[in-house]
Design a protein around this ligand. Structure first.
Ligand SMILES: NC(=O)c1ccc[n+]([C@@H]2O[C@H](COP(=O)([O-])OP(=O)(O)OC[C@H]3O[C@@H](n4cnc5c(N)ncnc54)[C@H](OP(=O)(O)O)[C@@H]3O)[C@@H](O)[C@H]2O)c1
Length: 320
């Protein structure tokens, strides 16, 4: 089968398209013929081995897994002897963790669900990491409730475009923070208010929010505390520097212990329950993936170069 592999950490230049053996099916696994995959910042972190802590799971000196790609959608080709929920021919989507930038990948049964009937493979492949991060950040860490005032920092990105729509599905009042060129798109996907960060600092405009989902991670703990309502929660999803990550870990935990406000980070996990929640949100029309660009399997390096610039408008997908 065709796959995009890498043997050493580096820029997208180290990726090569090559032919390798098709994966064999594990007892608890499902071999999926990949129709579409999507790219996430974790792919370029794992490609570069940067920040260095990414290597704790990806491999210290060399990558342990040679194929990137955490989000896939496709058709079941073969099922393991213990698999109960799927059969060959089923259209599925889910989280492969690694291995998605290939024609076939073996995925644990519990990381897949049936594809929403009306969604394309590209739309379904855009969902797992970004949408489950948004869902878990808002619902589990952020304790979202109807009527609350929610701010999404980074509203135009992969996580942000899902977060805006998921927050609206909880009947909240949503403010999206983005740059000038994305204001109209963020309004279109449902934000009640938009803030152009090139013109206005959301931490100094006199507003208060019950929940901040921060997919950029470029603000200090004291900045976000200032705009949180008295029992407000800030969930930091992404980071623009390691220094800010450690600040949220230490000062954020201290804030959460010593005041009624909470500031903390989150780590998403792929599971069937939340994939099915997203499937239902897609089928109800409450969430529609925003797809920025599509690349082919031969163009994974270009897709990662584009994503790494940090200017994606929604999700970037690979059509296999
Ligand atoms: N904790 C977890 O489990 C988890 C899971 C998934 C992702 N993440 C992290 O979450 C972050 C976001 O992921 P993603 O997939 O959404 O990335 P992405 O799609 O690459 O995000 C790009 C978006 O960021 C926006 N942006 C850049 N600088 C901004 C700023 N100063 N203010 C507001 N928006 C800004 C850009 O909008 P403009 O062009 O308008 O600036 C662009 O739309 C990444 O750091 C990722 O590593 C964490």
């Amino acid at each position: 089968m065709k796959a995009v592999v890498y043997h050493q950490y580096g820029s997208p230049d180290v990726l090569e398209s090559t032919d390798i053996d098709t994966p064999t099916v594990r007892d608890d696994g499902v071999v999926v013929k990949v129709h579409a995959a999507s790219v996430n910042p974790l792919d370029w972190h794992n490609l570069r081995g940067d920040p260095f802590i990414a290597r704790l799971s990806a491999g210290f000196l060399k990558p342990k897994n040679k194929i990137l790609g955490a989000d896939i959608a496709g058709r079941v080709e073969a099922v393991g002897s213990n698999v109960k929920q799927f059969q060959p021919g089923d259209e599925v989507f889910g989280g492969s963790g690694v291995g998605g930038f290939a024609e076939y990948v073996c995925v644990a049964e519990n990381n897949l669900v049936l594809k929403p009937s009306d969604s394309s493979f590209e739309e379904a492949a855009s969902v797992p990491v970004a949408a489950l991060t948004a869902l878990q950040g808002l619902r589990d860490n952020g304790q979202i409730q109807p009527g609350r005032k929610v701010l999404i920092n980074g509203a135009a990105g992969g996580v942000g475009t899902f977060a805006v729509q998921i927050a609206k599905s909880f009947e909240t009042e949503v403010t999206g923070v983005t740059s000038t060129r994305n204001l109209a798109m963020v309004r279109k996907i449902g934000a009640d208010h938009v803030i152009d960060y090139t013109k206005e600092d959301f931490t100094r405009n006199g507003q208060q929010y019950d929940l901040i989902a921060d997919a950029v991670g470029n603000r200090s703990v004291s900045d976000v505390k200032r705009v949180l309502s008295p029992s407000g929660i800030c969930v930091v999803i992404g980071f623009s520097s390691l220094a800010l990550m450690f600040q949220v870990l230490l000062l954020g935990s201290w804030t959460s212990l010593t005041s009624s406000k909470k500031v903390g980070l989150m780590l998403a996990n792929i599971n069937q329950t939340d994939l099915n929640t997203m499937k239902a949100l897609l089928e109800s029309g409450k969430v529609t993936p925003v797809i920025d660009r599509q690349y082919t399997l031969n163009e994974v390096a270009e897709a990662l170069r584009y994503l790494e610039k940090g200017r994606a408008q929604g999700k970037v997908v690979i059509t296999v």
